[in-house]
Design a protein around this ligand. Structure first.
Ligand code: DOR
Length: 429
């Protein structure tokens, strides 16, 4: 195994130091380290962060390998600075059995670019009728701890309660896609003046907030862990703040696109901006940023949702919801949270690595940059700016909402347990 000497990186944005990476771990950190046998990585001016952890990635395999595979999604993740991604369960077949989660886990091991951590479905076939084999998935080789019907809400309150009770036994967490389905029939975009003017059916904020309110009460009652996926409204942030103040074990994530973009993007009817939950208002974006800054929202999660051209480049109403996220997530956080002064680098490490790893119970990720720790690291050039070119992305799909937009920050290198997956800004494999 090659030994790497990373010269002059700034761990968590602090003072420059040399980081020696040996046998998969950080061997030492110090000034002017010299190790003749080591391969040098010039990191002058670069920030070193713990490898990012995504709680919410759609890898589309099995079933839609034309849109993404575990391997192409893993490469996109590594290029974005991730060392672990949770693969959502809405594949075909659905990841609702030990067999399917083990298949996804093995594909991740074979690709070897990030740790692919399968999410198990809460209900059989994501149908919201019967609980899936939660215990068997938890006991499988994939050791599932996060369960979600993402794409669909576990709408039945009694079923949601039972899921929370069940996962509590093995310290699992139910990650809820909060959307009251009776309030979003035919919904196309955020419900407000703009949806009325554009003639698109609205998705009211109350449809998300009603489920969050219900679920934090259930989680508090049962004493189980609840995670709220892709929080998108100011009211949701208020509800989470209230629930946390009452001691409910609730965590939440926000996507990069909900931190940056608003429903104004729908004006041109370009379906690249169609997503579920929808892009909201300026006031919601401000509340999401504030909630992430004060820790009410625990994590940034991409909701990376690759879609094939025929599913996305159509009329707005026919297009599938979802957008790419892995390769630009950190850049969007730099723009919306760091350059605005809302988060410092330790804060970025906390929201994009430490807390998501803790929520997913991943012991080897989200660790301090310190001797003896697993060498899951990224090196970021914060001063670099580039225009996003969808054709240059590693994802098999092209539905990036950031196409043509200039964003700050370039991931120069990513290390997974001491092995580089990205060097000089390029995927190693
Ligand atoms: O926009 C979305 N796309 N939201 C979801 O919840 C699911 C996802 C997908 O699977 O495409």
């Amino acid at each position: 195994m090659t030994t790497y000497l990373i010269k002059g990186a700034r761990p968590l944005g602090g003072d420059a130091a040399d980081i020696l990476v040996k046998d998969g771990r950080i061997a030492s950190i110090g000034d002017s380290l010299t190790v003749p046998s080591a391969e040098m990585v010039d990191a002058a001016g670069l920030i070193a962060l713990p490898g990012l952890v995504d709680l919410h990635t759609h890898l589309r395999e099995p079933g839609r390998e034309d849109a993404e595979t575990v391997e192409t999604g893993s490469r996109a993740a590594a290029l974005g600075g991730f060392t672990a991604v949770h693969a959502m369960a809405n594949t075909d077949p659905v990841a609702d059995t030990a067999g399917v989660v083990e298949q996804v886990w093995r594909l991740g091991e074979q690709a070897g670019l990030v740790d692919v951590v399968p999410v198990g479905a809460v209900t059989v076939g994501l149908k919201g009728e019967r609980l899936a084999e939660l215990g068997a998935m938890a006991d499988s080789a994939a050791r599932v701890r996060v369960f979600s019907d993402d794409g669909h809400c576990v709408a039945d309150p009694a079923l949601m309660r039972r899921a929370l009770e069940y996962v509590k036994a093995f310290d699992g967490v139910v990650a809820q896609h909060a959307e009251e389905p009776r309030l979003t029939v035919g919904a196309q975009m955020h419900e407000g003046d703009r949806s009325a003017r554009l003639g698109l059916t609205g998705w009211p904020a109350a449809a998300e907030e009603a489920i969050i309110a219900r679920d934090v009460l259930l989680a508090g009652h049962v004493g189980a862990r609840l995670h709220v996926c892709h929080v998108s409204t100011a009211g949701s942030v208020e509800l989470l703040r209230w629930a946390k103040s009452r001691g409910v074990q609730v965590t939440a994530e926000v996507t990069p696109h909900h931190l940056l973009l608003t429903d104004a993007c729908a004006e041109g009817y370009d379906p690249v901006f169609k997503v579920n939950p929808p892009l909201r208002t300026d006031e919601d974006v401000a509340a999401l940023r504030a909630g992430l800054a004060d820790g009410t929202i625990d994590a940034v999660a991409t909701d990376h949702a690759p879609h094939a051209v025929e599913d996305k480049e159509s009329e707005w109403a026919q297009a599938r919801p979802g957008m790419l996220g892995l390769e630009q997530a950190l850049s969007v956080v730099v723009e919306t949270m760091v350059e605005t002064g809302l988060l410092d680098w330790p804060g970025v490490a906390d929201r994009m690595s430490v807390r998501p790893a803790a929520i997913g119970r991943l012991s080897g990720h989200g660790r301090p940059i310190a001797p003896g720790e697993p060498a899951n690291l990224l090196l970021l050039d914060p001063s670099s700016r580039a225009v996003v070119d969808p054709a240059a992305l590693a994802s098999r799909s092209r539905n990036s909402p950031y196409a043509g937009r200039e964003l700050p920050g370039r991931v120069v290198a990513t290390f997974l347990r001491g092995v580089p997956t990205v060097l000089d800004g390029k995927a190693v494999r």
